[in-house]
Write a protein that binds this ligand. Structure first.
Ligand code: GLP
Length: 260
């Protein structure tokens, strides 16, 4: 796992965007895993800027959302498929038919989970998966206790997560209790994981998943088993990392040719 500590969320966005730009220039039909929440917004802002100002081309790219609420009608403002469209794919030239998300509005949720796994496989797998981390260490909506080998499935949200996400709704009562999420095994199949986090509110979760034991109690800790996991965080999110000086030293001395 590579841990990169930068001054602010703007640099997080720029560095993650560099990695995505390098991927897309090298493989125009790249498959990108897209996360919601506030953490990836600086990445999407920077990619939208590069599209507008520098002509960065996403016309052959496909996107797969990490997760979705169950029970929000399709097209609901807070449904993750809409959030992904609004925050990223509609701001660049990703074709609408290439934007995928688990279907949380169908009666056949089990079928939708399998269909989503099949769609990711049919696209050739995910090249680069963007991730945030919840304050309780979740990735996607894989709450503590999730199987480290899990595939796309239905989960019940932890109350902490509902409260964290209530800011996107008018009232806590409106936050669904159930979700469909890529599993930890699904996420681990992506060829490159880029997890971003900023702010002091993430410091405990970052310490636990970077330096704590690999455990279902902290789902993001599964990244320690990934051959190519990049963690880009700001100073505040890094503030509880015992190894911060050595992560800084390694990054400062990284060969330029290596990229992320
Ligand atoms: C949600 C999403 C996660 C995201 C997490 C953190 O629960 N399902 O993918 O990482 O929130 O959100 P934020 O980045 O807003 O802190």
């Amino acid at each position: 796992m590579e841990v990169i500590i930068v001054p602010s969320s703007k640099e997080i966005g720029a560095l993650a965007a560099d990695s995505i730009e390098a991927l897309v220039r090298n493989k125009p039909n790249a498959v990108i895993g897209l996360a919601t929440g506030s953490s990836p917004l600086p990445i999407y802002d920077e990619l939208a800027r590069r599209h507008a100002d520098e002509g960065l081309n996403f016309s052959a790219v496909s996107g797969f959302a990490l997760d979705e609420y169950v029970g929000l009608p399709s097209g609901h403002f807070e449904s993750y498929r809409e959030v992904i469209r609004r925050e990223f794919t509609n701001r660049v030239d990703v074709a609408a038919e290439n934007v995928h998300g688990p279907d949380g509005s169908t009666e056949d949720l089990l079928g939708a989970c399998q269909a989503y796994e099949d769609a990711i496989s049919a696209a050739g797998g995910i090249d680069l998966q963007i991730l945030g981390v919840g304050t309780n260490g979740h990735i996607g909506f894989n709450e503590p206790g999730s199987s480290l080998a899990s595939r796309t499935r239905i989960k019940t949200l932890a109350e902490q997560t509902r409260q964290d996400n209530a800011r996107f709704f008018d009232h806590l009562d409106q936050v669904p209790h159930h979700v469909v999420t890529q599993g930890l095994g699904t996420i681990m199949d992506a060829r490159h994981l880029v997890l971003v986090a900023f702010g002091a509110g993430k410091a405990d979760a970052v310490r636990d998943f970077v330096e704590g034991p690999v455990s279902a109690a902290c789902p993001a800790s599964i990244l320690q088993f990934h051959p190519r996991a990049t963690v880009i965080i700001d100073e505040a999110a890094a503030s509880k990392l015992a190894g911060a000086p050595s992560y800084r030293h390694a990054y400062d001395n990284k060969p330029a040719w290596q990229g992320l």
